[in-house]
Ligand binder design. Structure first.
Ligand code: URA
Length: 235
C-alpha cells in the first residue's frame, strides 16, 4: 500500500497532511525513516512509527478499554465526556465506536471498533454473547433474590420475564451475574425488580474475553488474534 494512503487510513489526516509527515522525516517503516510518501509498503506484520510512536498496521481498529466511571458511550455525549476521548485522536479519526453501551457510571470491559461486522456479530441478539457483570448492591443480597434473577423478573416494556444466564453471590453486597441480552439499564432494572439496588456496576468479561488485570482504568489496548478468537470472531 502507498505510504501516504496507509497513513491516511490510520487517521493521520488528509493525504496531503500525510505526505507532509513523510517528507518531514517523521515516519519510519520497521525502524527506518522513509522520506518517500509514494513508497509501496508491505503491510504484512507491519509496524510503522510516527513521531516515535509505534503503530501496528490494522485493517480494522479493534480495541478494548477499561472504562472509567464518568464517561458516556455515545459519540455525541450529553452530560459527560465520550469514552472515545480516552483514545488517541488517530483512532477517533477512524470512526471507531463502542460495541453496545455501558452506562456513564458503569466501569470495566468495553470493546470499540470500526469493523462493522465485528460490531454486528457481538451485538446480535441472536448470538446471545454472555456478558459478566459485578454489581455492588445497596442492601445485602439474599439467596431469594439470586433465585428470582435466575428464574426471571418482569421489567417494564418487556412482555416476558427476563432471566440471568448465571448469578451468584460474590460478597454480602456483591452479585456476579451473566446476561445474554443487552437491554437498556438491564442489570440495574433486574436487580431493582428484586427489591435491591445497584450502587456500582463493573463489566468483567464479554464472551470468553476478560478484562486483563493489568489494564488500568482509562487505558486501552489493541485486541490480539487470541482476544478475537475468545470473542468467537476468528476461528
Ligand atoms: N446493565 C446496566 O444496568 N448498565 C450497564 O451499563 C450495563 C448493563
Amino acid at each position: 500500500m502507498q505510504l501516504d494512503k496507509l497513513l491516511q487510513k490510520h487517521g493521520f489526516g488528509t493525504r496531503r497532511a500525510c505526505r507532509g509527515l513523510v517528507r518531514h522525516e517523521r515516519v519510519a517503516i520497521n525502524g527506518q525513516i522513509c522520506e518517500d510518501p509514494f513508497a509501496e509498503i508491505d503491510t504484512n506484520d507491519l509496524i510503522f512509527t510516527v513521531d516515535g510512536v509505534d503503530w501496528p498496521y490494522a485493517e480494522f481498529a479493534c480495541l478494548m478499554l477499561n472504562k472509567p466511571a464518568g464517561y458516556e458511550c455515545s459519540r455525541k455525549p450529553l452530560h459527560h465526556p465520550s469514552v472515545l476521548t480516552l483514545l488517541p485522536v488517530q483512532l477517533r479519526e477512524r470512526d471507531v465506536q463502542p460495541i453496545g453501551r455501558l452506562d456513564e457510571d458503569t466501569t470495566g470491559l468495553l470493546l470499540i471498533t470500526d469493523d462493522g461486522q465485528l460490531n454486528h456479530v457481538l451485538s446480535s441478539a441472536r448470538r446471545k454473547v454472555p456478558k459478566v457483570y459485578l454489581a455492588t448492591t445497596k442492601h445485602s443480597i439474599e439467596q431469594a433474590q439470586v433465585d428470582q434473577l435466575l428464574t426471571g423478573v418482569l421489567l417494564n416494556d418487556e412482555p416476558e420475564p427476563i432471566c440471568a444466564a448465571a448469578c451468584e453471590i460474590a460478597g454480602e453486597h456483591l452479585l456476579r451475574l451473566t446476561l445474554t441480552q443487552g437491554k437498556y439499564h438491564q442489570v440495574k432494572r433486574m436487580v431493582a425488580a428484586t427489591g435491591n439496588r445497584v450502587e456500582a456496576l463493573h463489566r468483567e468479561s464479554v464472551g470468553e474475553l476478560s478484562l486483563p488485570a493489568d489494564l488500568k482504568s482509562g487505558e486501552w489496548r489493541w485486541l490480539s488474534t487470541v482476544d478475537l478468537q475468545k470473542l468467537g470472531y476468528l476461528s
